[in-house]
Design a protein around this ligand. Structure first.
Ligand SMILES: Nc1ncnc2c1ncn2[C@@H]1O[C@H](COP(=O)(O)OP(=O)(O)OP(=O)(O)O)[C@@H](O)[C@H]1O
Ligand SMILES: O=P(O)(O)OC[C@H]1O[C@H](OP(=O)(O)OP(=O)(O)O)[C@H](O)[C@@H]1O
Ligand SMILES: [Mg+2]
Length: 300
């Protein structure tokens, strides 16, 4: 018999487990699917091997994955059928499921949700009263306009809504905008306020389910590893305060003695996107031998 605890645990029949597995909804296709799967893999979970798999059990980590359309995930989680899920904030709000709530931003699939129309047609959303608005997010658009007392004729479409104006089924559209390329190609321009700023999020249902915290900590670990790098450098000991003012780290930098008592070695976590500026600033005050290392994973 194996002496490895993880192997023995995975060999337990499902019905003999004390705690039920955490049931996680994951996008099966579309813009969110690939990065969501990568994040879960980096967090140590075993995902699907085949893009046709609908359900995967990861017994070692005590979770089950259900691969679903991102648009449906808030419905499953909000109703309590599944415990947590990865979806877009825009899809969560569009579903209008009171039981579903965002518990963590996941930092990918960032976009805005905007109204757009042929250049110069509209300047303000109030001008949309009585007009036809094409969208694949009718719940989101309806809620936004309802709050402002603007009654429109919603034209629900499944995708490629930017073509709806040119093809004569709508006067304006409300859709996801990332780079704006699709809008430009359709001869459309955004107008009015941002309806929403969206990104991929982790959502939970009406009750707190055991195991959610562990998933959350693991995903946060992946986010930290993606967003930060480790910076090591040598520094004259009397400049530590100046260096900490440049890069203070998460809690506080690690300072280690060097053989030469006039110098110290410093290790600090720095946001990846500003690491070059930080290195320039540290060099300018006298830091030397500045080395940058990627972080594989973290638990803060
Ligand atoms: N170009 C994009 N950039 C960033 N996020 C996007 C983009 N397109 C869609 N999304 C996000 O993806 C989610 C929608 O996923 P969904 O799979 O339903 O549609 P999709 O990605 O457009 O897929 P498809 O067009 O293949 O059906 C939303 O949260 C939306 O904000
Ligand atoms: O601002 P952009 O960078 O152009 O990205 C935004 C576009 O990307 C998505 O379309 P997708 O390709 O998923 O097609 P769809 O409209 O059929 O969903 C989204 O629905 C927008 O149309
Ligand atoms: Mg799309």
């Amino acid at each position: 018999m194996s002496t490895d605890i993880s192997e023995r645990r995975s060999a337990l029949p499902l019905r003999d487990r004390k705690t039920p597995m955490l049931r996680i909804a994951v996008p099966n296709k579309g813009s969110l699917a690939e990065t969501a799967a990568e994040m879960l893999a980096e967090a140590g979970y075993t995902g699907r091997r085949d893009s046709k798999d609908l359900h995967v059990i990861d017994p070692v980590n005590e979770v089950e994955f259900f691969y679903l359309r991102p648009k449906d995930i808030a419905t499953y989680v909000g109703s309590g059928a599944l415990d947590v899920g990865i979806t877009g904030r825009d899809l969560l709000l569009d579903a209008r499921m009171p039981g579903a709530r965002e518990i963590e931003r996941l930092g990918f699939a960032g976009s805005t949700f905007r109204f757009a129309a042929p250049t110069g047609t509209f300047t303000d959303v109030s001008e949309l009263a009585g007009k036809r608005i094409a969208t694949s997010y009718p719940g989101l658009v309806d809620a936004f306009l309802d709050e402002r007392g603007i009654a429109v004729d919603l034209v629900p479409l499944d995708g490629a809504v930017e073509s709806a104006v040119r093809l004569g089924v709508a006067d304006a559209v409300a859709d996801v905008v990332e780079t704006g390329t699709t809008l430009r190609q359709a001869g459309l321009e955004v107008f009015g306020p941002e309806i929403l700023r969206s990104e991929a999020v982790l959502i939970a249902g009406p009750s707190d389910v055991e195991g959610t915290e562990r998933l959350l900590r693991r995903l946060r670990g992946v986010l930290v590893a993606r967003q930060y790098v480790l910076v090591d450098y040598d520094l004259p000991a009397d400049l530590v305060d100046d260096a900490v003012a440049i890069a203070g780290g998460i809690e506080s930098p690690t300072i280690s003695p060097l053989r030469d008592p006039a110098w110290v070695a410093v290790r600090v976590m720095v946001p990846r996107k500003s690491v070059n500026t930080t290195m320039d600033d540290l060099y300018a005050i006298g830091a030397r031998a500045i080395l940058v290392t990627a972080i594989d994973n973290a638990r803060l």
